[in-house]
Design a binder for this molecule. Structure first.
Ligand code: AOS
Ligand code: ZN
Ligand code: ZN
Length: 426
């Protein structure tokens, strides 16, 4: 499955007149306000988000999984799907693999395929939350934090193996997310579990190539429901600091207790040069992994506002690894990812419209009302014509979703792969 350039051009034809009208109106208005529309368009075009291999099939819950037709069942097919997303949106320029779900059988072939599609291998994810076939030790009571040295050693070796696999593909980061924790008070000694985790991470860190990063993801609960070893950004930051300069905190939007001020967390981590990666999704209750921007788009914008500020003012913080971490049951996964990518670009574009000089002046005057007006003025702008234009300039679709449907991509995938496919992964 590959979308040809002229198929996209064909679909753009019916949208171009409308687009031009909306874009001219908006860019005229923004230029008058003193914005540099061209540089905003370049920034939008440069902003690339990695797609995780496990988001391309239907997700599931512990109550069941309803598969979606024409899902990818091999790594090649997953990359093919990301290729489709990338040609339409021009924003999905990366893939994030999960080992062992995505071990390549032929490294050169997979690299060449990704290269042709202009997709780079982003952070690789290790998996010590499931027991693997023929594994000697079990992760039932934890992996890097386990009281058994043999279990910890197995988990460390797995992470080192993941680094090796990623290295062969050109990845530059390892993401560590642990399910480690406890379900009942008294089950674990918090201090021992934390110390074991730190020591294990240091052992993994020693195997990190010089130009790699280690991203430590936190999460307050699930699958353990009393305590999680790396429960919050504080725990993650302590562990990263305990490892060294190449270790960073990774923020996943769904991994916070209700009403946490996530924008403040990302802001301070950037100030300290310790924000390494970011997982996008949305949620109403917990780690719901819903489509980005589907529940709390204003919160997403406020987070982007801090990210934009940090990217402009915190050279001490490295470039971030951006990834969509969403997965669910009810939508065509590719349509869902198109919606997520759109929501990300939309929040980013709005954040780029915040006039930082004016905001600073209003802050210094303690003009609280003006501060809010500036922030909300940017948020209320309909920036979609900017997104359309950025895509158009890079050869993408004015409307990725309409084009996806007009070209009947899902229908073609079903023809190629069959109806009752099951994706590998969760
Ligand atoms: C789990 O809740 C985390 O969000 C992980 O980043 C990720 O979803 C997991 O590693 C996928 O299997
Ligand atoms: Zn995540
Ligand atoms: Zn999660």
């Amino acid at each position: 499955m590959k979308i040809q350039k002229d198929q996209i051009l064909g679909c753009n034809k019916s949208e171009i007149e409308n687009h031009k009208e909306n874009f001219d109106f908006l860019s005229h208005k923004l230029n008058k306000q003193g914005h540099d529309v061209n540089s905003i368009l370049t920034m939008l075009a440069d902003f690339q988000v990695a797609i995780p291999s496990w988001a391309l099939g239907a997700g599931g819950t512990r109550f069941g999984r309803f598969s979606f037709f024409g899902e990818p069942s091999s790594l090649e097919q997953k990359i093919e799907d990301i290729g489709v997303l990338h040609s339409l949106t021009q924003t999905a320029g990366g893939v994030s693999l999960h080992i062992p779900w995505d071990i390549p059988s032929d490294y050169n072939a997979i690299k060449e395929q990704a290269n042709i599609l202009n997709i780079k291998f982003d952070a690789v994810n290790s998996n010590t939350f499931q027991d693997q076939k023929n594994a000697k030790e079990t992760y039932k009571y934890g992996s890097l934090s386990n009281t058994s040295k043999a279990v910890r050693e197995q988990a460390i070796q797995h992470n080192l193996e993941v680094i090796k696999i990623g290295d062969k593909l050109g990845s530059k980061a390892l993401t560590v997310w642990l399910a480690d924790g406890s379900c009942f008070p008294g089950q674990n000694n918090f201090q021992t579990a934390f110390q074991n985790t730190q020591d294990s991470l240091i052992d993994i860190y020693k195997g990190l190539p010089d130009d790699w990063k280690m991203l430590v993801e936190y999460k307050p609960y699930e699958p353990n429901f009393y305590s999680t070893v790396i429960q919050d950004w504080g725990a993650s930051l302590m562990l990263a600091n305990g490892c060294g300069d190449k270790a960073y905190t990774l923020v996943d939007l769904g991994h916070h207790l209700p009403n946490s001020n996530i924008e403040q967390i990302v802001s301070i981590l950037q100030l300290k040069g310790k924000l390494g990666g970011f997982h996008f999704n949305d949620s109403k209750y917990g780690d719901d992994d819903l489509t980005v921007g589907s529940i709390k788009p204003y919160a997403l914008f406020l987070i982007f506002n801090e990210l934009v500020y940090g990217m402009a003012n915190n050279p001490q913080n490295p470039d971030l690894a951006w990834m969509i971490d969403a997965s669910h049951n009810v939508k065509d996964p590719l349509e869902d990812l198109i919606q997520s990518l759109e929501a990300i670009q939309e929040a980013y574009a709005k954040a780029l419209l915040v006039n930082q000089d004016e905001l600073k002046a209003a802050q210094l005057n303690n003009d609280v009302v003006k501060c809010q007006e500036i922030i909300q003025g940017a948020y209320r702008t309909d920036v979609r014509p900017l997104l359309e234009n950025a895509r158009l300039n890079s050869g993408g679709a004015i409307s990725p979703l309409n084009t996806y449907r007009t070209l009947d991509i899902r229908g073609q995938l079903i023809k190629e792969r069959g109806k009752n496919t099951v994706a590998t992964g969760l």
